[in-house]
Design a protein around this ligand. Structure first.
Ligand code: ADP
Ligand code: MG
Length: 254
């Protein structure tokens, strides 16, 4: 290929934003020649390199944007601590199909049972499968929504959240929330109903959710919407924190 064509090729690739193809085509062309690849096979190798690099960048961006604590993943999580049924449920959830149906995930369990860690690990896996995930503690999310409401930005913030396939709300009802906070939470849940998945963790069984939403009607309406299409995971296991502390004590004693 002549110098002029080479320059033209490079400017085409730049104009099309094919940065990886631009960087790699020479090398890939040499490889294609030595392996006697067809024109189509060569084209595939170039576009595949571009797609892969874009996917990696997209996921890195998604991980930053998700605000997930990345150290809470399946590599650092001991699945054997969980009941067999929950392990089965996790396997199914990892296919990500529930997100296509806007189904919700609810994880219940006592403090320290691993709810936060598990939901973050799930979120991270789904994100790596190219799903858009957003993580927040319930308290922080409510603070943000209230502030947005005060500044008349609530619709905009809700719209931003609606672009995520999964919205993780960690620790719903952990703190006693104000009625106003609960109203924005309700608005958010009603808005997402059948339009996007929420993944929620809670120490409180549904029977105690009146403590969260204050108002029995609102509680019933919220629970109804959340449960309508949902998968419930019950982590009836002892606290990991207490267990590790106990094991440490035992070790020290022996
Ligand atoms: P919860 O949200 O149910 O209160 P966390 O997920 O915060 O519990 O877990 C408490 C601590 O124990 C965290 O540091 C977490 O990483 C760890 N932990 C809990 N369950 C497991 C597990 N099965 N394997 C590894 N670490 C765990
Ligand atoms: Mg937690």
């Amino acid at each position: 290929m002549g110098k002029k064509q080479e320059t033209q090729l490079q400017s085409c690739l730049t104009e099309l934003n094919l940065t990886t193809a631009r960087k790699q085509y020479t090398e890939l062309a040499e490889k294609a020649e030595s392996e006697s690849l067809s024109y189509q096979e060569f084209l595939l190798s170039v576009l595949d390199a571009e797609c892969q690099a874009r996917r990696i960048r997209r996921i890195e961006r998604g991980l930053r944007e998700s605000r997930l604590p990345l150290e809470k993943n399946f590599e650092t999580f001991d699945l054997k601590r969980l009941p067999q049924k929950v392990n089965q449920q996790i396997k199914t959830l990892l296919h990500g199909e529930f997100l296509n149906h806007n189904e919700n995930i609810l994880i219940f369990g006592n403090p320290g049972s691993g709810k936060t860690h598990l939901i973050c690990a799930l979120g991270q896996e789904l994100l790596r499968q190219d799903k858009r995930v957003y993580f927040s503690t319930c308290a922080l999310l409510l603070q943000e929504l209230l502030l947005a409401k005060k500044d008349l930005r609530l619709p905009r913030v809700l719209k931003k959240l609606s672009r995520f396939d999964a919205l993780i709300i960690d620790d719903i009802g952990y703190v006693q929330q104000e009625k106003e906070e609960m109203e924005v939470l309700f608005t958010l849940l009603a808005e997402r109903y059948e339009k996007g998945s929420v993944m929620i963790t809670s120490n409180l069984p549904f029977s105690k959710w009146e403590n969260i939403f204050k108002d029995p009607m609102m509680t019933a309406a919220a629970v109804d919407r959340i449960v309508h299409h949902s998968v419930i995971l019950e982590l009836n296991v002892a606290s990991y924190r207490i267990n590790t502390a106990k094991n440490r004590k035992l070790k020290e004693a022996s």
